[in-house]
Design a protein around this ligand. Sequence first.
Ligand code: PHB
Length: 413
Amino acid sequence: MDPARLAEIASRWRKETKTMTRLRKTALGLTALLGALMIHPAVADTIKVGVIGPFSGPFGLYGKNFKAGIEAWQDVNGKSVKGHDVEFIYRDLEGIDPAKAKTLAQELIVKDKVQYLAGAYFTPDAMAIATVVDQGKTPFVVMNAATSAITEKSPLVVRTSFTLWQNTVPAAKIALERGLKKMVIAVSDYGPGLDAEAAFRKTFEAGGGSIADAIRMPVKTTDFGPIMQRVKDTGADGVFAFLPSGPPTLGFVKAFIDNGLKESGKKLITTGDLTLEADLPALGDAGLGIISTYHYANSHDSAENKAFLAALKKTGLPENETVMTSVAAYDGARLIYRMIEATDGKQDPQKAVDAVKGYAWTSPRGPVSIDPKTRHIRQTIYERVVDKKDGVYFNKEGKAFPDQPDWGLAPSQ
Ligand code: PHB
């Protein structure tokens, strides 16, 4: 063959091979991309929510209930919103440790790229988390911590649990209604305890009662004998108490009984943190008649609560381990879903929070709404008395105080 013709054929062949290689490369690339998309179809569109709480240690029951409440919500309502998958990731914070709470929150925002934060059992931890949410543009749904001032730390904080002001104002009214004139206040010496003390004193004194003594107990106190002696010495009609729910609350109520105060006719009025259903078997018949005020009792008689308890049971949480953090987490997950829906999965924190302001629904605990001004949940607070039916101890709900705001902040009217 003519050498010029040969060179032309060789050159065309090289060009075609190059094109083929390019095409093959493109095809391979596309296949790889498709494969990746098929393996991780939601990689680009999973909304992550970081939940910080006590999942181990002496307060582990409360974290376990955060998780069960969230799982129950997802079980009933699905795991995606408007086509966006929602993934909750959990970080363990055993006790009061604000420095660790802040680090965990920062890591969740920066490394895990969460779009929402939730949980927080103790007030100091919630306060620390609240300091980083503005920078991270991360709405934060508080599912337990109950000092009023937490929602004031950032416009991105919303709360679905309760506050001590909210539960204690009705407690003081009940003490007055029951004819108690002189009371001792005993509280844990930190945020929620100081709120409880202020709320009880203000309401009780305004109704004509007097405060014989106000005792602030270090949070770690476990020996309540000397405190009971102090209560006896004042000759008061009874004691109003708040401690954070967990081993110390059971210790306090047991000390009230074991030191003979109950037997001598003194009254114990508490927020429901001290008479959780999970603790009642340990008190036995000696606990019968203890009065508390709270936003949730497992025995609350409504269709919504029955459905909620059934969904919780499906997550594997035993009935006798169901506590208040489950309902706050269930309602908290509802708010997060609503925020994701309102923003169509985009990071628009102000729009997200605005979407839950004024939002009202029927919770397993009863009718609730988010106060647009304080971003705290308004709800019915119930008077309850420890009772027993068919061998099972429970809090029997009585008088209801409907639509209670957070009295510790200036709520919307
Ligand atoms: C709180 O630290 O705010 C707190 C913890 C446990 C409770 C109530 C309040 O039961």
